[in-house]
Design a protein around this ligand. Structure first.
Ligand code: GCU
Length: 137
């Protein structure tokens, strides 16, 4: 199914900054979240109909350790997503989860759940059911 792209640099950013010093991002930059638990990016996502859709995060993690985040839709129970190392900050990959969206306006918040903070986040793609993209490595 076609996906809708939501840039991280256009979202609400709490404890993070828009940067562009690591090539390969889409749009005008990416979000570098502070290296603390609780830093987050929140996207406003519109859905034509209620139902399960794929939330695909494009990210880079140039450290050797995976970085977990809690993903919460419309303030609901968080789902933990663990973003693996991509070896270098210029290697961008996608990782997705399925989530229930309601018709109309939704929020998707990705919150760092460890003191390392989140990976660098480039964008969120909202896809059709079952279309979540997996890491390429
Ligand atoms: C480096 C890198 C940043 C990244 C940060 C981190 O400083 O240049 O883009 O966000 O590490 O560890 O989160």
């Amino acid at each position: 199914a076609p996906s809708t792209e939501y840039q991280a640099e256009s979202a609400t950013i709490v404890q993070g900054a828009v940067e562009s010093n690591h090539a390969g991002y889409t749009g005008s930059g990416f979000v570098n979240l502070d290296n603390v638990a609780g830093s987050y990016v929140e996207w406003n996502v519109s859905a034509a109909t209620a139902g399960t859709q794929g939330l695909s995060f494009r990210f880079a993690n140039g450290t050797t350790a995976a970085r977990p985040m809690d993903v919460s839709v419309n303030g609901g129970a968080p789902v933990s997503v663990t973003f693996p190392s991509t070896s270098v900050w210029t290697n961008w990959q996608t990782l997705g989860v399925n989530a229930a969206l309601r018709a109309g306006a939704n929020t998707v918040r990705a919150t760092s759940s460890s003191a390392s903070g989140g990976p660098n986040l480039d964008k969120l793609d909202v896809t059709g059911p079952g279309d979540t993209e997996k890491p390429t490595a």
